[in-house]
Write a protein that binds this ligand. Sequence first.
Ligand SMILES: Nc1nc2c(c(=O)[nH]1)N[C@H]1C(S)=C(S)[C@@H](COP(=O)(O)OP(=O)(O)OC[C@H]3O[C@@H](n4cnc5c(N)ncnc54)[C@H](O)[C@@H]3O)O[C@H]1N2
Ligand code: MOO
Length: 397
Amino acid sequence: MLSVEEALERILAGFTQLSPETVSLHDALGRVLAKDIKARLTQPPTDVSAMDGYAVRSADIATIPAQLTVLGESPAGGSYDQCLKVGEAVRIFTGGPVPQGADCIVIQENTQQQGDQVTVNQSESAGRYIRPAGLDFKEGQVGLEKGTILTARDLALAAAMNHPWLEVYRKPRVAILATGNEIVLPGETPGPNQIISSNTTALMSFVRECGGEPISLGIAPDDGEALSTMARGAEGADLLLTTGGASVGDHDLVRSVLGKQGLEIDFWRIAMRPGKPLIFGKLGNTPMIGLPGNPVSTLVCAYIFARPALWKMTGQDPYSQRRERAILANDLGENDKRQDYLRAQLTTNDKGQLLATPFSRQDSAMLNLLRKADCLLIRAPFAPAIKKDCEVEIIRL
Ligand SMILES: Nc1nc2c(c(=O)[nH]1)N[C@H]1C(S)=C(S)[C@@H](COP(=O)(O)OP(=O)(O)OC[C@H]3O[C@@H](n4cnc5c(N)ncnc54)[C@H](O)[C@@H]3O)O[C@H]1N2
Ligand code: MOO
């Protein structure tokens, strides 16, 4: 059986970066930036006041109280165009440009104005309460890097840098096809022994989490013709995800039926738990990842294999899945030939270290425990038994 690493390599080889498209700044949340964003201007454009008060020469207020003549005012968006001379001040407001000749701001709480005279009761050093031009960023400076998944903070900066349009990667279109006679959609009344398709919801949300656009193809019954017809809906998609029917049972039809429809299988079955019967292939021009039906296997395999593929399509590093170290909270027996992804909870011990506690039952049908898990604890194939307090590697969920 193929190792997880080899399987990932082979899956990634089946994907290329998608083309970029231009979207409005306000439609760019969660999208992946396709090129660096450089500031189109300098911010602030000139030296401005950080406070409401008076722009003065620090030398004039070295001895207090000091009386100065107020020449005019400089509000935000306005300016006072003449140069301050000895003994002069300009009324200034937060964001207002600092007039030439002034080198500090006195806040109004430390002054008294009468007519055109202001008494300053507090000395300030040069530069006080002045935001120099370019304090935030300078024209031409790179503010956001290609590959960034755009958040509210990123978009605020892009806006400040005066970019009303952004180039982002096209959203990967991911077709999702669940299979199985026993599966019905949430809200339907299941017949005797039928269950609800949690995998459809899981995968649609997963795709959205990764910045893709899910397309649900519904649930194909275990019937070759229906499966084959429904799978045609994946034409034009960037990825087809199927769930269920991947294994060896008489009703596990995905490989045989789609095989007849031209599915070129790259591999099937990998040394991983959960996720042994994972399929990778190409149906027409659409790469397909056939996920095992068990709900935990579906989502864990989606995170380990489909997410890097989506990353690659959107110009991100497909190997950016972060592994962290944690301390094991209980003993674990030796592992067999499959790389294990144990569902575990994370806490912090009294030394401030991360403590991982795997659930005692690791059944890939137990969605409730996947939901309660904070991480996947990775155990390499044939890993020897280990005692509590040993270091282990985890991937946060
Ligand atoms: N003799 C063997 N049996 C099995 C093997 C094996 O190697 N030899 N592998 C086991 C492993 S590991 C897994 S994982 C499962 C995966 O099987 P399939 O991909 O064929 O999945 P199904 O049989 O269709 O379903 C398995 C399980 O999951 C439930 N299911 C399916 N679809 C959904 C859905 N959309 N939402 C929620 N739950 C779903 C289904 O009802 C089954 O209970 O095979 C083992 N067997
Ligand atoms: O790999 Mo299956 O996913 O062990 O249950």
